[in-house]
Design a protein around this ligand. Sequence first.
Ligand code: GDP
Ligand code: MG
Length: 179
Amino acid sequence: MTAEFRFKIVMLGDGAVGKTAMTTRFTQNFFDADYKRTIGADFAVKRMDIPDIDSHVTLQCWDLAGQPRFEFVRQGFYRGARGGLLLYDVTRRRTFLNIDRWKEEAFVNIGQEIPIVLVANKIDLVDSRVVNKKDGKAYAKENGFIYVESSALTGENVEEAYVNLCKRMIKKSKADSSK
Ligand code: GDP
Ligand code: MG
């Protein structure tokens, strides 16, 4: 019988790394080149099939505002989150250096470590790329995160990022319930 899961996930990372673009690409298969700053938070729901493990997942994707002044708003949104996509922009090194802070903020507010997919976004911007694959992969490995390189613009690996997160969350959910 097909297993049903329902998870809340959070989009993490600095402003303008592509959290909203990725959410929109994933839930509506659409890309908007204009940057509209997310105010507070938005959320979108998407149902997905993961045939190789015979599962259906309903994902509630919370897209958080990355700007520091929204910090007080963000805390409530972490509650109950079961997984996260932590994004950085491969054309801005500072967004890569800040991933530690996002990880800390998420784990502290959620009260436990949750599965995380580290997403190196905007790989379509080949000429302005400054954070290479080796550094991204090494960071992910050190922290036990899955590593995915994506482009919300072309759609490359967007679905993969979410599918990988779902598999990790399902695994954890099964392990937790058999404790
Ligand atoms: P957020 O602040 O993290 O939600 O970032 P947004 O999703 O609003 O994206 C910030 C800007 O980067 C927007 O102008 C997007 O169109 C652009 N953007 C997002 N993802 C990509 C991508 O993969 N490639 C390119 N070239 N631009 C992107
Ligand atoms: Mg946004």
